[in-house]
Design a protein around this ligand. Structure first.
Ligand SMILES: Cc1cc2nc3c(=O)[nH]c(=O)nc-3n(C[C@H](O)[C@H](O)[C@H](O)COP(=O)(O)OP(=O)(O)OC[C@H]3O[C@@H](n4cnc5c(N)ncnc54)[C@H](O)[C@@H]3O)c2cc1C
Length: 430
């Protein structure tokens, strides 16, 4: 893979458009400069532009080159493990209720963005969380009760026995929860569609333009963001590089654990076969922390994801391990060829909650969706836009959640991550 192009994924091969945007080679001025061309940066630029702000977005590689163009395409609600409790401790029970509602609001924000800009990204509704053990089934029931208590939208259905097999054609699961407000989409086409919408509204986007240095203005004054051949001077800066931002802003790097996860795409399957595997064309994930997540692409491929880990090293050839998992659930796919394999980096926080906030009055950031991200990044973008344009109580609520630092020493860092990951796996056995 060269950085001038996308990783060799099914998504890159089936993208609708190729924007091929220029690199920045001049000094330009904008109301807001945004670093990062994934959903966090794109949706922020789009919402700001919709409200009339001038925006300049810098992307090191290509639009959607990071996690946003490589992910499982699974649209799920929620952001972290314990956001409600964290917020309740800081802001009280009313705010916790509000946070619980935002968990589902992010799905609406995403859907409305896609509709408003007519983005073609194979948006499909229907999602299944599946349990293999009694303990997982118990967690599913608790999850469903909680959703009912906060009046989650749409249909939520608990099934067991034959009901599970009507959703997923396997004997591997004992129970499942089906929702119709969650679902799946083509992630890179979403990112490219959002970029096109920004351009159509007159926003500026530069590819192959890494932000290499930031001169923070004094007391909230204008910021200068340098790239190899140009610079952007802006009143406000939004840092949206997530797990790929690295050393550009060490304060954000210190609180983020870079994790990895990988996906394979099989050759297209026949219609009869796909009906047998996923009769209602839902996306599926199981209830383990190193979960399997899978779905069918629009052309009938099985897209199988997993191997999420926080060890700090990418999985070089994930195919063997992912196929093993896939065949455990669907042994009938044994003769099916794998056409693509790829992996990507995800931003994880120590408390598995997204990190949204300000480094200075005019410097905003959002990162660490901890495995989720498609829908929550759009909520972040909405909150940051509102905060910049006049104020957002929701933004302030998230910004008050403290971030835990992760060890900077590489050895200790890796040990701590391995401990964190393994202790979660061990807990799952009890
Ligand atoms: C394999 C995989 C599967 C996943 N599956 C799912 C899923 O099914 N459902 C789900 O909800 N989430 C999933 N996620 C997570 C989700 O993709 C992310 O949470 C989300 O895309 C984050 O978007 P982002 O814009 O914050 O970051 P990214 O998409 O990573 O974008 C950051 C961008 O910033 C750019 N950048 C960084 N530094 C600079 C700089 N100095 N200058 C200019 N540009 C810079 C990078 O090149 C990158 O393009 C998955 C992630 C991966 C990797």
């Amino acid at each position: 893979m060269t950085t001038s192009d996308y990783p060799n994924s099914y998504y890159a091969a089936s993208r609708n458009i190729d924007l091929n945007l220029p690199a920045l080679n001049d000094e330009i001025v904008a109301d807001v400069c945004i670093v990062g061309g994934g959903y966090s940066g794109l949706a922020t630029a789009l919402y700001l532009r919709e409200q009339g702000a001038t925006v300049a977005l810098l992307e090191s590689h290509r639009i959607g080159w990071g996690a946003s163009g490589r992910n499982g395409g699974q649209i799920v609600s929620g952001y972290g493990e314990d956001t409600e409790h964290l917020v309740s401790r800081i802001h009280g029970p009313d705010a916790a209720q509000r946070v619980a509602r935002l968990e589902f609001d992010c799905l609406r924000i995403l859907r409305e963005t896609i509709d408003r800009h007519h983005i073609e990204c194979d948006l499909t509704f229907g999602y299944v969380r599946a349990a293999m053990t009694r303990r997982q089934e118990q967690r599913l029931r608790q999850m469903m009760e909680r959703w009912q208590s906060i009046n989650a939208p749409g249909r939520i259905e608990f099934v067991d026995g034959q009901g599970v097999k009507d959703l997923v054609g396997t004997d591997a699961y004992r129970a499942a929860v089906y929702t119709d407000c969650e679902g799946h989409l083509h992630p890179l086409n979403l990112a490219l569609g959002e970029a096109k919408a920004i351009l159509d509204l007159g926003g500026q986007i530069f590819e192959q333009s890494p932000a290499t240095h930031i001169n923070y203005g004094q007391n909230g004054g204008p910021v200068t963001v340098k790239t190899p051949d140009g610079q952007v001077v802006a009143d406000t800066l939004v840092l949206a590089g997530n797990a790929y931002l690295e050393k550009l802003e060490p304060r954000l790097q210190r609180t983020l654990i870079p994790g990895y996860t990988a996906i394979i795409a099989t050759a297209p399957l026949s219609k009869e076969f796909t009906k047998r595997l996923l009769p209602r064309n839902t996306a599926v994930s199981d209830m383990r922390s190193v979960l399997d997540y899978y779905r069918l692409s629009a052309d009938g491929r099985m897209l199988w994801g997993g191997l999420a880990h926080w060890s700090g090293n990418d999985t070089a050839h994930p195919e063997t391990l992912l196929r093993k998992r896939m065949l455990k659930i669907f042994p009938w796919l044994g003769d099916t060829r794998t056409d693509y394999q790829w992996s990507g980096r995800i931003g994880i926080s120590a408390n598995l909650n997204p990190q949204i906030g300000r480094l200075a009055p005019n410097i905003y950031y959002t990162q660490a969706y901890s495995g989720h991200g498609i829908a929550p990044s759009h909520l972040s973008a909405r909150m940051i836009t509102d905060a910049i344009q006049g104020g957002s109580e929701d933004f302030e609520m998230f910004a008050a959640i403290p971030h835990r630092s992760v060890p900077v020493n590489k050895g200790i860092h890796q040990l701590a991550r391995a401990w964190g990951m393994n202790s979660r796996r061990v807990i799952e056995w009890f």
